[in-house]
Design a protein around this ligand. Structure first.
Ligand SMILES: C=C(O[C@H]1C=CC=C(C(=O)O)[C@@H]1O)C(=O)O
Length: 372
């Protein structure tokens, strides 16, 4: 489908205030949209459903589904043209002091051995003169962050969310499984050949060890890669890839609940870190640091010509896949307000001012597309 038709359908759908999610998987040149035909708020019951899931950080709250059976899916592989923009000016509202105090409180709890690591976060509100156009912002995100999972999600009963996340929660194709441990941040200054401090190495190792330990009974032939430096927009992170084959315990819900929230967005021990976050952040993360993506997607695989059986009938089969991402580098749009969500991992070696600056740098992933 042409890119023009693709976006015209989305705009028509959005004007009717019907739910949709447009997205592009990392390192692909395909953009898909799921256009839900009614405005019902479908909820996940047990993760056996098929559709696009949008789950909050606090998993006790409802995860939302756009079921494939209630939707139409479109796809385009054509390049998008982003119209020249006049820069948008905005006012920023954040509370640095509150966040610095939160970081210090987290370090104190770690020094008292109550926690090993905790990810603390905040929101930042940008106020613009005119309402922001989500479709234009989505196109700019797509053009800027090809290696990310880029999305624009809308439901009239929930709101509008956009993001470009570098982090996979899990990916499953038949019984092939992969995930990643992503943590540690520094600015990208033109090279991937950089040194990392002990603080970042430890912070990432905690995530990696947790994921390996958590999955060891569910995954056969587990392979854990070397830690490498990866680029995400103008930032660098440390990343380990963890792959293997799902054994007989293929229960998707159990698998998701084991992993989410990983110490890349919550902390360790998991329950204590979660309690620290809920008691001390003093705002609702909502869908930030939750997860989203394709759940139990069936794709029909057509045979190559020549692969025919005796009755000369071609074999085709269905392939099932799930691709879920952690909702980072994201924002919620509310008319003239863009609410940006951001956090960072705190360990005993954290320096409050540096951690604050890291959150400021992370918000630039989103701010850059608003002002571009
Ligand atoms: C929690 C966030 O990032 C996570 C992913 C990569 C690096 C992180 C860090 O260095 O703190 C975080 O664990 C965020 O961007 O809001």
């Amino acid at each position: 489908m042409t890119s023009k038709d693709f976006y015209d359908y989305i705009i028509e759908h959005y004007n009717k205030e019907l739910p949709f999610v447009a997205y592009s998987l990392p390192n692909t040149f395909e953009t898909k949209v799921i256009l839900q035909k009614d405005d019902v708020l479908y909820k996940i019951e047990d993760y056996t459903e098929t559709g696009f899931v949008f789950a909050p950080f606090d998993i006790r709250k409802d995860a939302i589904l756009m079921p494939y059976s209630k939707s139409r899916t479109l796809l385009t592989t054509e390049d998008i043209v982003v119209e020249e923009e006049t820069p948008i000016s905005f006012k920023v509202d954040n509370d640095k002091l509150h966040h610095i105090n939160l970081i210090k409180k987290a370090v104190t709890a770690i020094n008292k051995k109550e926690l090993q690591k905790v990810v603390v976060s905040r929101k930042e509100v940008l106020e613009t003169e005119l309402p922001l156009d989500p479709i234009k912002l989505f196109k700019t995100l797509l053009n800027s962050y090809n290696s990310a999972f880029v999305y624009c999600w809308y439901h009239p009963k929930v709101g509008m969310w956009l993001g470009a996340t570098p982090e996979t929660l899990l990916s499953i194709e038949r019984n092939k499984f992969s995930t990643m441990a992503l943590a540690g941040t520094q600015d990208y200054e033109g090279t991937l050949e950089v040194d990392w401090d002990y603080k970042e190495k430890e912070e990432q190792q905690i995530v990696s060890d947790y994921v390996v330990e958590t999955l060891k009974n569910s995954i056969n032939n587990m392979d854990v890669s070397e830690v490498r430096t990866v680029k995400a927009g103008k930032l660098l992170h440390l990343r380990t890839d963890i792959t293997g084959e799902l054994n007989h315990s293929k229960n998707m819900q159990k698998l998701i609940l084991k992993l989410h929230p990983t110490p890349a967005v919550c902390g360790l021990p998991k329950i204590d870190a979660m309690q620290f976050v809920l008691d001390n952040e003093h705002y609702n993360r909502e869908f930030y640091s939750g997860f989203l993506g394709e759940l139990n997607k069936e794709t029909k695989i057509e045979p190559r010509s020549g692969t025919r059986n005796i009755e000369n009938r071609a074999y085709s089969f269905n392939k099932r896949s799930t691709n879920l991402f952690v909702n980072l580098r994201c924002m919620q749009l509310k008319n003239t307000k863009a609410i940006l969500y951001v956090g960072g991992g705190i360990t005993k070696d954290s320096i409050a001012e540096n951690e604050w600056q890291e959150t400021v740098n992370k918000t630039n992933t989103i701010k850059n597309v608003i002002v571009s």
